[in-house]
Design a protein around this ligand. Structure first.
Ligand SMILES: Cc1ncc(COP(=O)(O)O)c(C=O)c1O
Length: 415
């Protein structure tokens, strides 16, 4: 009876933004579900064989001991027990000092140009509510992290995709956006170093973004989730470019640079009006991250050498993967940043199956080789392999890499 009731009216009450009365009834199987199913089938067909997971987007290790210790101490302090609202000043100060030390960005006012967030995902989810009215447009790079685009649509806005193509260094062509789209555009979402391509931005590109934003009166949201993880040269902040603070914000996450995904901590920095409006939406959405976590976050931000150690590990793993992939016939290049390798998917295996998409190749890899990857078909057929695969120490890492080499060897791929 209860279920029948739910069928009769709850189903009809769902909002259009999640599918209305058809919510949950969609029979289309999405890519991550397909990968999960292929993984389960591969495991069932090969009991006891290790699945090598190159699909995950999070570190395989714990936060560093100093950060853990700081949380242990801080969580026992009564002054940290209550609502944190829009954050403690100490974390904002630490964020401003970090931006200066790591990115050379001077003069960020921690009183009004920084706010914490419970990870960068919620910050990306909230920003559209500060800017997007029905019919407004967000310009969003694809392939990419979809959260700002999803919430633009939830707010009644429209999303215009900017394809990231290899021939352009995986930077969007801002000069190709039609004038009628620009007229309605309010937000530009960029993400460098980029997930999934691993591409890094240049100062020149960021300067172009500033000019573009000013000319078209657009707010820039630069997602810096991987900003500190670069494999050549110094990390680059959008805010280090002249004029950036007049047009936008940058969101820095503790997740990848400090092995703190589950801790949920990030900060937004940059234009004071954007930060203030974000704070308005945030204050009406959550009550802040646990102060003890923010204080442990201060400890992490004061120790950027943690990121250097993490980066060294990914660089070692990525260069191993590049070699293996190239000897298997791929055209892999060391990425500028992030922990991802993004390689063109083959069209088939000589004398074997054909792949009409990266998704089909990815399914083949999991089914036949028990290697899990993430396919992207948004702007060409590519697969993403992550250097965050599970391995306990360097010896185990070498073992996993050798196993990947063994499994990929002997495949005659057609590109
Ligand atoms: C590009 C990008 N932005 C943001 C996030 C979310 O990170 P956080 O853990 O800070 O919410 C991710 C996570 O995978 C990401 O890849």
């Amino acid at each position: 009876m209860r279920e029948e009731l739910a069928e009769t009216y709850i189903q009809r009450l769902f909002a259009g933004r999640i599918g209305g009365s058809t919510y949950g009834k969609d029979t289309k199987i999405y890519k991550f579900e397909k990968i999960k199913r292929a993984k389960r089938a591969a495991l069932a067909a090969n009991p006891g064989v290790e699945i090598i997971d190159l699909g995950v987007g999070e570190p395989d290790e714990m936060a560093f001991p100093g950060v853990v210790k700081s949380l242990q101490q801080e969580c026992a302090r009564p002054e940290n027990r209550g609502y944190a609202d829009n954050g403690i000043q100490e974390y904002k100060d630490a964020a401003a000092a970090y931006m200066k030390k790591v990115y050379g960005v001077k003069g960020i006012d921690p009183a009004c140009e920084v706010l914490h967030s419970i990870g960068s995902k919620p910050a990306l989810a909230m920003l559209p509510y500060a800017f997007i009215d029905p019919g407004d447009v967000s310009l969003v790079t694809v392939p990419g992290y979809p959260i700002l685009a999803t919430h633009t649509k939830y707010a009644g806005g429209l999303v215009y995709h900017l394809p990231l193509e290899e021939k352009n260094g995986f930077l969007p062509r801002l000069d190709r956006i039609p004038a009628k789209v620009l007229k309605k555009a309010k937000l530009l979402y960029i993400n460098y170093p980029n997930n999934p391509t691993g591409a890094v931005a240049t100062k020149k590109f960021f300067a172009e973004v500033v000019e573009f934003a000013k000319a078209n009166k657009i707010v820039v949201v630069q997602d810096a989730a991987y900003a500190a993880l670069v494999h050549k040269g110094r990390p680059l902040s959008f805010l280090s470019v002249p004029g950036a603070r007049e047009v936008g914000v940058e969101i820095h996450s503790m997740s990848k640079a400090f092995n703190m995904t589950g801790w949920r901590l990030a900060f937004i920095a940059g234009n004071e009006r954007v930060v203030s409006a974000f704070g308005h939406i945030k204050d009406n959405s959550d009550s802040g991250q646990f102060k003890a976590i923010q204080k442990a976050g201060c400890h992490a931000l004061a120790h950027p050498e943690i990121t250097d150690a993490i980066g060294t590990k990914y660089k070692r793993r990525l260069s191993g993967l590049v070699k293996i992939l190239n000897s298997a016939g791929f055209k892999a290049k060391m990425p500028g940043g992030s922990f991802y390798l993004y390689v063109r998917a083959p069209k088939g295996v000589k004398g074997g199956p054909r792949f009409n998409s990266a998704e089909e190749f990815s399914e083949y890899l999991i089914r036949e080789k028990l290697i899990s990857t993430v396919p992207w078909d948004d702007a060409g057929a590519y697969v993403r392999l992550s250097a965050t695969f599970e391995a306990k120490g360097e010896r185990d890492e070498a073992r996993v890499l050798a196993e990947i080499n063994r499994r990929l060897g002997g495949m005659d791929l057609v590109f």
